[in-house]
Design a protein around this ligand. Structure first.
Ligand code: G6P
Length: 479
C-alpha cells in the first residue's frame, strides 16, 4: 500500500541535496569524514537517522577511483555520493547555482552572471543527481529534493519514473515573478519544480511569488494552495524551518556546569555585547551592519568603551570573486571603525573570519545581549532562532531585518530595514536601553514559538502534508 501513513516503513525516503550531510577530506590513507552542521542538515538529520532513509548528494570527490572508494565507504551509513566531473561541477555550483540563481533570487539582479555553458553544466549535474537517485529508487519510493541547486531534478525523476512520490523544498527566497522572469531558461526551472507533488517554501510570500510565476509564465491554473500543470495537481505550502532546540538546550546545560577556568571567551566581558554570525555572503548585509554600529557609537559616545560588536564571518564560496570582494570590504570597514573608536584596552569590533564549533557558537549567543540579524535578503535565517533558543535566561534582544524570511514568525524582534543604516543605529540604541521587563516579555513570546516549531516539527509537518497529497488524490479519483 503506497498510501501507508508511514511510508518510510515500507518505502524508504530518499533525501537529495547538493551536499551530503558530511564533509569529506582526502588524506593519504583514504578519507577523513566529519558530520557537517547547517540548517538544512539539522532539519533532515533526524529523519535520516531514525528511518530507512537514504541521502544522495555530492561528496566533493571528483576522480573516478576516489569516487568508487568513497561510495563503498559511505554505503553503510546510507549515504550515496553523486559522480560529477570537476569542470561540470564548477559550472553548476559556482556558475549557475551561485552566480546566477543565488544573486537573482536574493534580489541582486545586477549581480546575476548567467552564462550558457553554466546552464549546460547545471542541466548535466541535475541529470547526474537524477540518474543516481533512479539507481536507488523503486516504484512508490519517496524522494525529497532540497534547494535551488537541484531545481530540474523533480521533473527529470517524474519523467523517468512517474510513480515516484516526489517533493521539493526551497531553502532560499523565491523572488517576485517580475524578478524571476529575467532569468534565462526560467520556464524550464519552473517546469523542473512542478515535477514534484509538493513544493515547500519558508514563507507565504515565497509561495505567492512562485504561484504567480507559474500562472504568468506557464499559464498554469491555480486554486488556493494548488497549481495545475498538465494533468497533475501540485501542492504548494509554507513550512518555516526550525532549529534543534534540544541540542542547543543540552549545550547550554553543559556550558553552565563548566568550571570558571574552562569558561569559553572569558575575555569577552564588555558591558554590552552585540553579536552577528553569518556566512560571509553579500546577502547578509554585513557592511551595512558595521556602518550602523559605527553610527551608533558616533551618536551615543557614552557607549564607546562599553559596547562591542562580535562579528563572526564563516568563509563561504571563496572561489567566486564577489565573495572575495566582500571580504576585503568588510575587513576594511572593521579596520576603519576600530581605528576611529578603539583605544588601548578597548576594541569595538571583534572580527573573526573562520568557522567555530557548536559549543563556541552557543557560548557566544549566551554572552551577547543583542543579536544583529540584518540580511539584505535571506530565505529564512536560523541565527536569530538559535540566539533565542540559547537564551534560557529569557533575556536578550533580537534586531531582525524585515527582509529575512524569519521576520514573518518573529514579531517580538525589533524589525529594521537593513538598507537604512541610520534606522538600524537608532534601533541599536533602543535595544541597548530596553527595560528588563520588556526584554523578558519579548523573549518569552519568541521562545514559545521557537520551542514549539523546532527542526523535527518542520520535518514532520512537511511529511504530513506530503502524505495528504495522495489521500486527496484518492478521494478525487473516487469522485
Ligand atoms: C544556503 C543554501 C544551502 C547551502 C548553504 C551553504 O543556506 O540554502 O543550500 O548549502 O547556503 O552554502 P554552500 O554553497 O556552502 O553549500
Amino acid at each position: 500500500d503506497t498510501n501507508s501513513p508511514n511510508p518510510e516503513e515500507k518505502h524508504p525516503i530518499i533525501i537529495v541535496s547538493n551536499r551530503l550531510p558530511i564533509t569529506v577530506k582526502t588524506t593519504d590513507g583514504g578519507f577523513h569524514i566529519q558530520r557537517s552542521a547547517g540548517g538544512l542538515v539539522a532539519g533532515l538529520r533526524g529523519i535520516h537517522e531514525r528511518s530507512l532513509t537514504w541521502w544522495v548528494g555530492h561528496g566533493g570527490v571528483f576522480d573516478a577511483e576516489g569516487y568508487a572508494k568513497l561510495k563503498a565507504k559511505l554505503e553503510p551509513d546510507r549515504l550515496l555520493p553523486v559522480p560529477i566531473e570537476r569542470e561540470t561541477y564548477e559550472g553548476y555550483y559556482q556558475g549557475m547555482a551561485n552566480n546566477a540563481i543565488w544573486p537573482l533570487f536574493h534580489y541582486f539582479p545586477a549581480s546575476m552572471h548567467y552564462q550558457v555553458q553554466d546552464w549546460r553544466a547545471y542541466t548535466q549535474a541535475n541529470r547526474a543527481f537524477a540518474d543516481t537517485i533512479l539507481e536507488l529508487a523503486k516504484p512508490g519510493d519517496w524522494v525529497w529534493v532540497q534547494d535551488y541547486q537541484l531545481m530540474l531534478v523533480p521533473a527529470m525523476l517524474r519523467e523517468a519514473a512517474p510513480d515516484l512520490r516526489i517533493a521539493y523544498f526551497h531553502h532560499i527566497p523565491f523572488p517576485s515573478s517580475e524578478i524571476f522572469r529575467t532569468l534565462p531558461n526560467r520556464d524550464l526551472l519552473l517546469k523542473g519544480l512542478l515535477g514534484a507533488d509538493l513544493i515547500g517554501f519558508h514563507t507565504y510570500d515565497y509561495v505567492r511569488h512562485f504561484v504567480s510565476s507559474a500562472v504568468r509564465l506557464l499559464g498554469c491554473d491555480s486554486y488556493m494552495d494548488e497549481v495545475n500543470h498538465g494533468d497533475r495537481l501540485i501542492k504548494i505550502g509554507a513550512f518555516p524551518l526550525g532549529v534543534d532546540v534540544a541540542s542547543i538546550v543540552d549545550t547550554c546545560k553543559e556550558l553552565d556546569t563548566l568550571a570558571p577556568e574552562q569558561e569559553l571567551f572569558p575575555e569577552l566581558d564588555a558591558e554590552l555585547v552585540m553579536l552577528g554570525i553569518d556566512r560571509l555572503d553579500y546577502t547578509k548585509g554585513i557592511p551595512e551592519r558595521l556602518e550602523a554600529f559605527g553610527s551608533f557609537l558616533r551618536h551615543n559616545p557614552e557607549y564607546v568603551g562599553k559596547a562591542v560588536l562580535v562579528q563572526l564571518c564563516v568563509p563561504s564560496r571563496q572561489k567566486i570573486p564577489s565573495y572575495g570582494d566582500l571580504r576585503a570590504r568588510v575587513e576594511r570597514l572593521v579596520g576603519q571603525l576600530n581605528g576611529e573608536f578603539g583605544r588601548p584596552g578597548y576594541t569595538p569590533i571583534h572580527y573573526m573570519y573562520r568557522s567555530l564549533g557548536h559549543r563556541e557558537v552557543i557560548a557566544l549567543y549566551r554572552k551577547a545581549q543583542i543579536a544583529l540579524v540584518t540580511p539584505l535578503r535571506d530565505g529564512l535565517n536560523l541565527v536569530c532562532k538559535e540566539f533565542v533558543a540559547a537564551h534560557d535566561d529569557e533575556d536578550g534582544v533580537v534586531v531582525l531585518s524585515e527582509l529575512a524570511g524569519a521576520a514573518a514568525e518573529m514579531g517580538e524582534a525589533l524589525s529594521v530595514n537593513p538598507y537604512d543604516v541610520e534606522e538600524m543605529a537608532a534601533t541599536l540604541l533602543r535595544a541597548a536601553v530596553m527595560p528588563r521587563e520588556e526584554r523578558r516579555h519579548r523573549m518569552r513570546g519568541l521562545r514559545k514559538r521557537i520551542v514549539a516549531f523546532d527542526n523535527d516539527s518542520w520535518c514532520s509537518t512537511f511529511m504530513e502534508s506530503w502524505r495528504k497529497c495522495y489521500e486527496n488524490r484518492v478521494e478525487r479519483s473516487v469522485k
